[in-house]
Every structure is written in structure tokens, then in C-alpha cells.
Design a protein around this ligand. Structure first.
Ligand SMILES: NC(=O)c1ccc[n+]([C@@H]2O[C@H](COP(=O)([O-])OP(=O)(O)OC[C@H]3O[C@@H](n4cnc5c(N)ncnc54)[C@H](OP(=O)(O)O)[C@@H]3O)[C@@H](O)[C@H]2O)c1
Length: 279
């Protein structure tokens, strides 16, 4: 049974969703999203910069119809890119994402990266707060925010972010940020949870998988769940889409968790949020 996390505002989010970064606009995105919904996924994570919102929207419509479920049962996330930072431009960017997706609200809208100009991300956050206060978006959050970015935001925010989506996998376990967010009742969500596949050949992960009769991907996804992290593995392969959600029939032992913890190398595969400007 799929589990959910609860935000500080009382709203919930499924703990496993489908990520669609690098999924091609067109049939690939339509098919992946539709297959995920039919397979039981209730959360889809896209972004303006992925340039696939239109096909993701089409996949959502077809998936909901085929699964016989209502839009309200699905949790849809998109994100604002750095080029759209600023109060008015952020409102316009949200509306443009809705239009491409063919939806009349999002469940979650995120600031994709903080950038290097604090005043600009604060302005952008104020726009997200307005969208939230007007009921146009159900939840608002951030992505790629370090403890320092969070402190700068919280100093000026009227609405606390529900979530922070960051790079997180066994080689980069974000312990300090995870503890900080837990202390503020802000949920953590992981991106590139499978390290784009790299972590799946790790021997420790493979041995744990074999012991449980599961796959390495399922072990890593389960490790996210047991750390209270929301996880959005990406796949366009139908069997893998199904496999990645089939993680609710086993648990990692304390020993498994300890062994995975030892793999941390503080090694990123993505950009450092302190420097990334999107250019
Ligand atoms: N906020 C941000 O800045 C940010 C940055 C990066 C990503 N994200 C989000 O996080 C999501 C996930 O991250 P990601 O796409 O970078 O990478 P990922 O989920 O770590 O890895 C995806 C790769 O793993 C393969 N894969 C998936 N399931 C598998 C399985 N069960 N067995 C073997 N291989 C498997 C996929 O192949 P196939 O597709 O060929 O099956 C794909 O090549 C993104 O799609 C996006 O929504 C956000």
C-alpha cells in the first residue's frame, strides 16, 4: 500500500511518484505518465524546463480515464525556472504551466533552484505565497535549497515551504540538511534517487536486494521511504515503472540501513546550489 507524507499545513503527498526529467515531449511522455497512473502512481513530478508539460498533461488525462479515477486523486508538481524569477513573472509562469498541462490547479509548485540572488528568490516566493493564499495552488515549496538558502527564505517568508526537493542518494545522504528540515517540519524529497542508474551496481545495495528478493532500485526507493523522504524515480520503461512502485511489501532492517549509511561520500552528480545560475 502506497504511503503518504503529511505537510505542516495538514495536506498529504504520496511518498513515491514518477519523475519525468529527460522524458521526451510527445509519445514518450504521454505513454510513461499514462502507464504510471494505470500502474497505481498518484504523483507526477515535472517542470517547465523539462519541456514536456503538454504531453505530461495528455498522459494525465489518458491515465485518469483509463484508471477510472478523478483528478483530485492525483498529485501534480511543476517548478518555476530561474528565467521566470520575479513577482509578476512568477505568477505568469504558473499560469503558463497550468495551461500547458491542461490543469486548473497544481498540487505543488516549486522554486526549481535558488540562484545566487536572494532578493530575487524572495520576490518569487512572495508570488508563490499569493498563489497559495488565493487557493490557486495547493502547496508551495522549494528545490535545491541548502540550509543557508532556507534560513534566508524563512527570515522573510509568511508561508513556510511544504517541501524541499534536493539531490539525495546513498552516495550523497544530505544528513545535515535532512536534520535541519525535520526540525522545521519541512518534508525532504529526493531527485536522482537512483543516481541515474549508477547506484544500482553497488555491491552493498545488490546484496541487500538479493537478501530481500527485491531489485537494487527497490532497495534504494525503500531506503528513501524509511528516511521519510519523498521519492520520484524516473523511468520510461513500463516494467521499471511498475517495479519502482512495488516497494510496500518489505522493510529494510537496522543492519541494512546502517550498511547503506556507510556508503555516503558527500558526492553530488548535479550542480552545487550555491553556485548554479541556470546559465
Ligand atoms: N529539482 C531538480 O533540480 C531535479 C534534478 C534532477 C531530477 N529531478 C527530478 O527527479 C526525478 C528523478 O531523477 P532523474 O531522472 O535524474 O534520475 P533517477 O530517477 O535517479 O534515474 C533515472 C534512470 O534510471 C533508470 N531506471 C529507472 N528505474 C530503474 C530500475 N528499476 N532499474 C534500472 N534502471 C532504472 C532510468 O531508465 P529508463 O527511463 O530508460 O527506464 C533512467 O535512466 C527526475 O525525473 C525529475 O522529476 C529534479
Amino acid at each position: 500500500m502506497e504511503t503518504t507524507v503529511t505537510f505542516h499545513n495538514g495536506n498529504t503527498m504520496p511518498q513515491v511518484g514518477l519523475g519525468v526529467f529527460r522524458v521526451q515531449e510527445g509519445q514518450e511522455a504521454v505513454d510513461a505518465v499514462k502507464h504510471a497512473i494505470i500502474s497505481g502512481y498518484r504523483s507526477i513530478d515535472t517542470a517547465m524546463i523539462y519541456k514536456n508539460e503538454q504531453s505530461v498533461g495528455e498522459g494525465i488525462r489518458l491515465g485518469l480515464e483509463a484508471a477510472g479515477i478523478d483528478r483530485s486523486e492525483l498529485f501534480v508538481t511543476s517548478k518555476i525556472w530561474l528565467d521566470d524569477f520575479g513577482f509578476d513573472t512568477a505568477i505568469q509562469a504558473y499560469e503558463a504551466s497550468l495551461e500547458r498541462l491542461g490543469l486548473d490547479y497544481l498540487d505543488l509548485y516549486l522554486i526549481h533552484w535558488p540562484g545566487t540572488d536572494t532578493a530575487k528568490f524572495i520576490d518569487t516566493w512572495k508570488a508563490l505565497e499569493q498563489l497559495y493564499n488565493e487557493g490557486k495552488v495547493r502547496n508551495i515549496g522549494v528545490s535545491n535549497f541548502s540550509v543557508e538558502h532556507m534560513e534566508a527564505l524563512l527570515a522573510q517568508a509568511a508561508v513556510k515551504p511544504a517541501i524541499n526537493q534536493v539531490e539525495f542518494h546513498p552516495y550523497f545522504d544530505q544528513k545535515q540538511l535532512r536534520d535541519y528540515l525535520a526540525g522545521k517540519q519541512i518534508v525532504m524529497e529526493s531527485w536522482s534517487p537512483l543516481m541515474n542508474g549508477e547506484i544500482l551496481t553497488n555491491e552493498v545495495i545488490s546484496n541487500i536486494a538479493e537478501k530481500h528478493g527485491k531489485t537494487p532500485a527497490q532497495v534504494v526507493i525503500r531506503w528513501n521511504i524509511e528516511n521519510d523522504v519523498v521519492v520520484i524515480p524516473k523511468s520510461v520503461t513500463p516494467a521499471r515503472i511498475e517495479e519502482n512502485l512495488n516497494v510496500f511489501d518489505f522493510q529494510l532492517s537496522q543492519e541494512d540501513l546502517y550498511e547503506i549509511e556507510q556508503l555516503n561520500e558527500d558526492r553530488r552528480i548535479g550542480p552545487d546550489p550555491a553556485e548554479f545560475t541556470g546559465a
